[in-house]
Structures are given as C-alpha cells and as structure tokens.
Design a protein around this ligand. Structure first.
Ligand code: FAD
Ligand code: DLZ
Ligand code: SF4
Length: 510
C-alpha cells in the first residue's frame, strides 16, 4: 500500500508540505494537466504554456531525484479532465491507502476537494509557503475596526526578523513609501528582463497551446519565462543585481515601450512554487545589508511580498465566498472591448493593454493606476473586471487577483482592504509616465472632446458615488473641492462623461 501525493500546478516545489514525509520507495506522486483548470477562465496562452512547461519540468526533476511520478498530459487519451477524475483514476490503477495534498490556493478548488468521495482518506495540509496562517490572520483581524496592511506588515517584519535591528525597523522607519514615487526621467536606462531559450519540453507545450487554446487571449510568442526552479533563481538574482537598486525610486513610474521597468517579474514564479517568498525577501535584505541596494528599495520590495501579498491572501480566506460578489458602489457597466485590444485613442490604456497581451504581464502601477483606475472611475462591473484580470496575467490566481481587484482597485468591498478608492485624474498618469505626450487627448484640458477622459470621469465618479463616499475621512478635502466647483463646471463634467459613456456603449473608438 502506498500514499498518493497530489501536486497541483501552483505547488511546484520539493519543499511543499504534501511531500514533507514522502517515502520515495513506496509513495506515488500524481500531477495532471486537466481541461477544467485550463479553462475555468480562458487563461492567457502564455500562462497555460508557462504552467504546463513548469509542471513537466518539475515532474522530470522529481523522477530524476528518485520519486515515482504519474504525470497526465492534457492530450493523453485517458485524461479524465478534472482533478477528482485524475485522482480516482490513479486510485483505480494502484493500491493506495491515503491521498495527501497541500491546501489548494483557491477557494473554488478547496471546496470541490472537500466534497470528493475517494473511498480512502484525503489529508489536506496547510500551505506553509505562506508566512501567515489562516488562523493567525483571523486572530490579527479580530476586534479591529479597520484592517490596514501597514500594521499587518509590521507584525510580519517582527515575526520573521526581517529588516529589523533588534526590535527596531532598519533605518528607524517601517515604511519608505514616500521615497518610492519618483517620476520617470529622460535617459533612464532599463535593463533587459530575464530571458530563457525554449527547450523541447516548452516547444511541445507551445504546440499544444496553439492547437487546443487558439481562441484564448494573448500572444504565445515570444516565450521567455523561466520554467524551472534553477532558472527562476537566476531571474531572481538578475533582479537583485540589476534592478533592485532603482526599484524603490521608480516603483510607480511608467515609460512607453518599457513594460518591465525596475520590477522583479517574479510573481508568476512565486505563485506557482518555483520560488519561495521568504527566499526572495532574504535576497533583498542581503543586498541591503551588503550595501548593494538602498533601504527604500529593499524595504519597498519586501513590503510587497510579506506585506501586500500575505495581507491580500489573508483577506481572501477571511472573506470568501462572499467576497466574490461584493459590489459596494453598485457598478454595472460592461467591460469595453478596448480591454481586449480594440482600438482606443487613450494612449495609456492602449499601451497597457497591448503590453498585457504581449507579455501576460503589466507592472503594478499599470494595473492599479491606469487599467484599474479606469475600471473604477468608469464604473465597470466587478464581475467583468475580475474575469479580465484572471484571464490576462500569468501570475493570476483568485486568492491574489480578487482582493486586488475587488478591494484595491474597485473599492467594491466598501473599504475593507483599502482606506479609500485609488481614483485619480489624468494628472497622476501624466506625472508618473510619458504616455500623455503621445496621446490624442490633451492632458491639460479638463472638459470638451479634446480633454483627457480621466479628467472628467474622475469628478463624475465622485459625483455619482457621493452618497457612499462623502463621509470617507480620506476624501474630505476632495469632496470640499467638489462642493466649491461651480454648477457649470459640474454640468460640463457630467455631460462629457455621458458623451464618453454613450460612445463606449455604441462601440465607437474612444
Ligand atoms: P514587483 O513590483 O517586483 O513586486 C514584488 C512582488 O511583490 C511581486 O512579485 C508579488 O509577489 C508581490 N506583490 C506586489 N504587489 C502585490 C499586491 N498588490 N498583491 C500581492 N502581491 C503583490 N499579483 C499577482 O501575483 N497575481 C495577480 O493576479 C495580481 N492581480 C492584480 C490585479 C490588480 C488590479 C492589481 C492592482 C495588482 C495585482 N497583483 C497581482 C499585484 C501586483 O500587481 C503583481 O504582483 C506584480 O505586478 C507582479 O509583478 P512583479 O513580480 O514584477 O512585482
Ligand atoms: C493555472 C493552472 C492551469 C492553467 N492548469 C493546471 C493544470 O492543468 N493542472 C494543475 O494541476 N494546475 C493547473 N493550474 C494551476 C491550478 O489552477 C491551481 O493549482 C489551482 O487553481 C489552485 O490554486
Ligand atoms: Fe491617458 Fe489622458 Fe494621458 Fe491620454 S492624456 S495618455 S488618456 S492620461
């Protein structure tokens, strides 16, 4: 009798809890490419190729290390199409006394798994790649009137002794966010991102994706993601050596034609297991301690991983399943075709969508302050926006995507995750990018057909949602400015926005 250890496509690490007590001689490892997972949303082609290639490479590495692996490829004739079907088929094939799996990262999969009827026990183990357990997050959140990332983040710093000098934060402050906002400057040179050449495993997978997923969004080629742990570690090293120094200063900056900026491009690797969050954080701290990176850069990067990443995951598990249907602002507008690449004259949106289509990646500020900001101020339906963000990025999993969309960009949870909506006029995009220079709209114009749509949609959003947002303490000044706005100006804002929405609904190019 053996134990069957199921490893999912985002659990690709030998340190995964389901393998902690593995018996190499007797136990079976099951990995499977299944239609259900590849299509529950129509993932970007690059994401499917990346996951399948990383899964196949990981299975080969396990085999080389002496494990017995049963691996089902998508096109295998007997592929059952689902996790439960594949586990049942493996149980039919072998003499198994028990199934062990690490807890799936998504609520959808865990709920399904809890209902499996296998005829042998199923043990679901905690996923200890995350630094904060569900219970710890629940305890931290209990009794707090408001949940704020900053306080959670400090707890994580203390708990793991990260960037701490004794019991004090390195440098004396917990957070150097105010030093993370330099606008792009002329002549800023961005190093090329990590690239691998494809091997035959990746080539096979790319052919499979072309054949079976040709109707999915996104460009399959060029494909240069890391697909093994050692490649992902090289990508991390390259970030630490070449980009981290400037990550802090230019974390919020956007430059046309520079999709990668000084970001790390490792979310896809951390989320699927090729990298572990703690090792990424430790690498950044080491660079700071060895004088290879300034504190604002190391702290900014570390905050994203042990702060935001763990915090959004905590909120996800605290609030699911209700979190999926939140729509505090009652937003109902359909997602416009420009999100799928239909032409738009708004240069910032056009650039961000095009880069998303090419790379299955956009950096945080593109997601938050261009794509997300537009979705918020245009009043797009949270379901449609969530679907889009799940489809288009190679790092998308619901546990991290949903809180970022519903909580961070759409304020659809009424302020649970963020203290105020991240709404902004075109002035923010103009300050932090060079997109406006190449735009048909005029950033300096506030109203009329030539005006930047972000300028009037921003005020229209505040007017439309006044009843729900007026009492938000962080919007007090904004609403006082709105109240001082003359009625002619407010009418112009409303008329311009109506004209814009009519054009959008009529399918015109806005
Ligand atoms: P860097 O900017 O270099 O940051 C380093 C790491 O910090 C990232 O790799 C990531 O692991 C973590 N991180 C940074 N910001 C966040 C955040 N807000 N939430 C969670 N982790 C964070 N991230 C995903 O991993 N998957 C998603 O599906 C996803 N959807 C998003 C949707 C929206 C609307 C927004 C605003 C953000 C989303 N993010 C998501 C967070 C963030 O944009 C990406 O993690 C980041 O852009 C990945 O690129 P990077 O590795 O270069 O990140
Ligand atoms: C994202 C993804 C895709 C596209 N396909 C598979 C697959 O065929 N098999 C698999 O084990 N995992 C896949 N994944 C990752 C899963 O969606 C992920 O493990 C679950 O959503 C739990 O987070
Ligand atoms: Fe975007 Fe407005 Fe700037 Fe055009 S002018 S790029 S729409 S912010």
């Amino acid at each position: 009798m053996s134990v069957l250890r199921l490893i999912l496509g985002d659990q690709l690490n030998e340190a995964i809890s389901s393998l902690s007590d593995v018996d190499k001689q007797n136990d079976l490892i099951l990995m499977c490419e299944v239609w259900d997972e590849a299509t529950y949303v129509k993932h970007h082609k690059k994401k499917i190729a990346f996951i399948f290639s990383a899964m196949r490479h990981f299975a080969n590495e396990l085999i080389k290390s002496g494990y017995t692996v049963q691996y089902t490829k998508l096109n295998d004739a007997a592929n059952a199409g689902s996790f439960s079907g594949e586990v049942n088929a493996a149980l039919d094939r072998s003499d198994v006394e028990k199934v062990i799996v690490t807890e799936p990262a998504e609520y959808r999969v865990l709920t399904d798994m809890r209902n499996w009827d296998l005829g042998v026990p199923l043990e679901i183990r905690p996923d200890d790649r995350f630094l904060c357990t569900h219970d710890e997050f629940q305890q931290w959140s209990e009794g707090r009137k408001q949940l704020r990332m900053e306080y959670f983040y400090r707890e994580m710093r203390r708990k793991f002794g990260i960037l701490m000098d004794g019991d004090q934060p390195a440098g004396g402050d917990w957070n150097y966010d105010s030093e993370n906002r330099k606008p792009p400057k002329n002549g800023l040179s961005v190093p090329p991102t990590y690239q691998t050449t494809q091997d035959t495993i990746t080539e096979d997978v790319m052919a499979l994706v072309e054949e079976r997923f040709s109707d999915h969004f996104g460009d399959l080629e060029p494909f240069h993601f890391a697909v093994t742990r050692s490649q992902a570690l090289q990508a991390l090293d390259q970030f630490i050596d070449q980009r981290l120094k400037k990550f802090g200063d230019f974390q919020d900056a956007m430059i046309e034609g520079e999709p990668w900026m000084f970001h790390a491009h490792i979310s896809f690797y951390i989320n699927c297991g090729l990298l572990l969050p703690l090792e990424c954080v430790q690498a950044a701290e080491r660079a700071y301690r060895e004088d290879n990176a300034p504190l604002n850069a190391a702290e900014g990067f570390i905050r994203q991983i042990i702060g935001w990443r763990e915090y959004v995951r905590g909120i996800y598990w605290l609030k699911m399943p209700d979190y999926e249907t939140e729509n505090f602002l009652g937003a109902e507008r359909k997602l416009p075709a420009l999100f799928w690449g239909a032409p738009t004259q708004m240069n910032c949106l056009s650039q961000c969508v095009q880069e998303t289509k090419e790379n299955a990646y956009a950096h945080h500020i593109q997601r938050l302050m261009v794509l997300g900001n537009f979705a918020l101020i245009a009043g797009l339906d949270p379901d449609e926006v969530n679907d889009w963000f799940m489809v288009v990025y190679a790092d998308a999993y619901q546990w991290v995507e949903l809180p970022n969309v519903t909580g961070m960009i759409l304020f659809a949870d009424g302020g649970l995750l963020a203290s105020k909506p991240y709404a902004a006029s075109g002035a923010y995009i103009n300050k932090m990018s060079d997109y406006c220079k190449g735009c048909r709209y005029k950033i300096s114009k506030k109203n009329g057909p030539e005006a930047c749509p972000f300028n009037y949609l921003y005020w229209d959003f505040l007017i439309r949602n006044k009843d729900k947002l007026r009492n938000n303490p962080r919007l007090g000044m904004t609403y006082r400015t709105l109240e001082r706005m003359g009625s002619d100006k407010a009418k112009a804002v409303r008329a311009d926005s109506q004209r814009f929405f009519d054009a959008l609904e009529a399918g015109e190019t806005v």
